[in-house]
Design a protein around this ligand. Structure first.
Ligand code: SAM
Ligand code: SF4
Length: 348
C-alpha cells in the first residue's frame, strides 16, 4: 500500500468520535457519492480504457440491494447527492430499478447519471419514470470519423438520438461532457457549443486527465482558457455565471448574447481539490476518497457480513477514509503517481 502524503505525526489517524458528517482534516465536507455500477462499456474511448480488456465477472459486482444498503448507511453521515457512472452504467441490466431504490433512501435529494448515450434513447423514459433527477451525456465531437477514432466504435447517431430522447422524456438541463484534448478540441469545441446552444443543452469541457490507459502528457491537454478563447472568438463574450455553485468543479459561464451556459472543468490548469466533496464506490465495492487515490477500502466484505451488513464497520471505514484524504492530486508536481486503475474501472 502506498501513502503519497504521510499524515503529520500530530494528526490523529481516526476522526474525532463526536464528529458529525464526513469532514476531512482540511475541513472539506463530503456529501457527494459517485457509484460505479459496472466496469463494462460499449465504447473504448482512447483516453479512458485499453482496446482489449477483461471485464470483471458479474458475480463480483455489488448487487442493487448492496448498493442501496451502502447508500442507506452513509446518508445519515451527510451524503445526499449520488451520481451513477461506470464503465457505461446503461450496460447494467435493470438500472432504473436501482434508481427507484436509491431515490427512496431518506436523505438522498439528488440522483444523477453519467452515460455515453449509446443506449439512452431506449432507456430515457424508464430512467425518468424511476425518478432519476439529472443526466450528463459524454460527447467529444460531432464528427463521425473523429468519434470513431476517439471511441474506437461507431455510434454518434445513437448518442444524438439519446440526447434528444432524454429531453423528450422531460429531463431539464441535460449536460454534455466533452474531454478537452489538444488536437481534438480545436476542431470540436465550436461545433459542440453551437449544437448545445441550438438545443438548449449545457456543455461542459473537462481537461484531459492522466487516468486513462494511454500515455498522458501535459501537452495533450487543451486548457480551459484556450476553450474560452475559441468560444469567445465565435460567439462573443462569456460572463462568469452569477448563480454558479462554489462547490462545483466547473467554472460556469453564460454567453453574453443569451445563448445559454457553458462550463469549464479545469482539473489540470486549475485544480479544484480544495473544494472536493466527493467519495467513490467502485462496481466491486471498493471505496476511494479521490479519483487519483492509490489506496482503497474494501466495503463489499462488510456489506456481505451475515446475516446483515456490518453497519458500524462501514461507517467507521467511510469516516476514516474521508479523514485520511490527502490535500490534492498533485498532477502538476513530480510527486504525482498515476493510479493503476483506469477510469472505466473507477467511475468518472
Ligand atoms: N461511460 C460513461 C460516460 O462516458 O459518460 C460514464 C463513465 S466515464 C468514465 C465518465 C466521464 O469520464 C466521461 O465524461 C468521460 O469522458 C470522462 N473521462 C474518461 N477518461 C477521462 C480522462 N482521461 N480525462 C478526463 N475525463 C475522462
Ligand atoms: Fe466507456 Fe465512458 Fe470510458 Fe468512454 S469514457 S470508454 S464511454 S466508460
Amino acid at each position: 500500500m502506498v501513502l503519497r502524503v504521510p499524515l503529520p505525526l500530530s494528526q490523529p489517524a481516526d476522526p474525532p468520535q463526536d464528529q458529525v458528517g464526513l469532514v476531512d482534516t482540511f475541513g472539506r465536507i463530503h456529501n457527494n457519492l459517485r457509484i460505479s455500477v459496472t466496469d463494462r462499456c460499449n465504447l473504448r474511448c482512447v483516453y479512458c480504457m485499453p482496446e482489449e480488456v477483461t471485464f470483471r465477472d458479474r458475480s463480483e459486482l455489488l448487487t442493487f440491494e448492496e448498493i442501496r444498503d451502502f447508500v442507506r448507511i452513509v446518508a445519515p453521515l451527510g451524503i445526499d447527492k449520488i451520481r451513477l457512472t461506470g464503465g457505461e452504467p446503461l450496460m447494467r441490466r435493470r438500472l432504473p430499478k436501482l434508481i427507484e431504490m436509491l431515490v427512496q433512501v431518506p436523505g438522498i435529494r439528488d440522483v444523477g447519471l453519467t452515460t455515453n448515450g449509446i443506449l439512452l434513447a431506449e432507456h430515457a423514459r424508464s430512467l425518468r419514470e424511476a425518478g432519476l433527477h439529472r443526466i450528463n451525456v459524454s460527447l467529444d465531437t460531432l464528427d463521425p470519423e473523429r468519434f470513431r477514432q476517439l471511441t474506437r466504435r461507431d455510434g454518434l447517431e445513437a448518442v444524438l438520438k439519446g440526447i434528444e430522447a432524454a429531453q423528450q422524456a422531460g429531463f431539464e438541463r441535460v449536460k454534455i461532457n466533452a474531454v478537452s484534448i489538444r488536437g481534438v478540441s480545436e476542431h470540436d469545441a465550436v461545433p459542440l457549443a453551437r449544437y448545445a446552444r441550438l438545443n438548449g443543452l449545457e456543455l461542459r469541457f473537462i481537461e484531459y486527465m492522466p487516468i486513462g490507459a494511454n500515455a498522458w502528457e501535459r501537452q495533450k491537454v487543451f486548457f480551459a482558457h484556450e476553450i474560452v478563447a475559441l468560444l469567445e472568438a465565435e460567439f462573443g463574450p462569456l460572463i462568469p455565471a452569477a448563480d454558479a455553485d462554489p462547490r462545483s468543479p466547473a467554472q460556469d459561464y453564460v454567453y453574453a448574447d443569451g445563448g445559454g451556459r457553458v462550463g469549464l472543468i479545469a482539473s489540470i490548469s486549475r485544480p479544484f481539490c480544495h473544494s472536493c466533496n466527493r467519495i467513490r464506490l467502485t462496481a466491486e465495492g471498493k471505496l476511494r476518497n479521490c479519483l487519483f487515490s492509490l489506496e482503497e477500502v474494501d466495503i463489499k466484505t462488510l456489506l456481505r457480513r451475515s446475516p446483515t451488513p456490518d453497519e458500524t464497520g462501514i461507517i467507521a471505514a467511510v469516516r476514516r477514509s474521508v479523514w485520511t484524504k490527502w490535500e490534492g492530486h498533485e498532477i502538476n508536481t513530480a510527486r504525482f503517481i498515476k493510479p493503476e486503475r483506469t477510469m472505466h474501472t473507477i467511475g468518472g
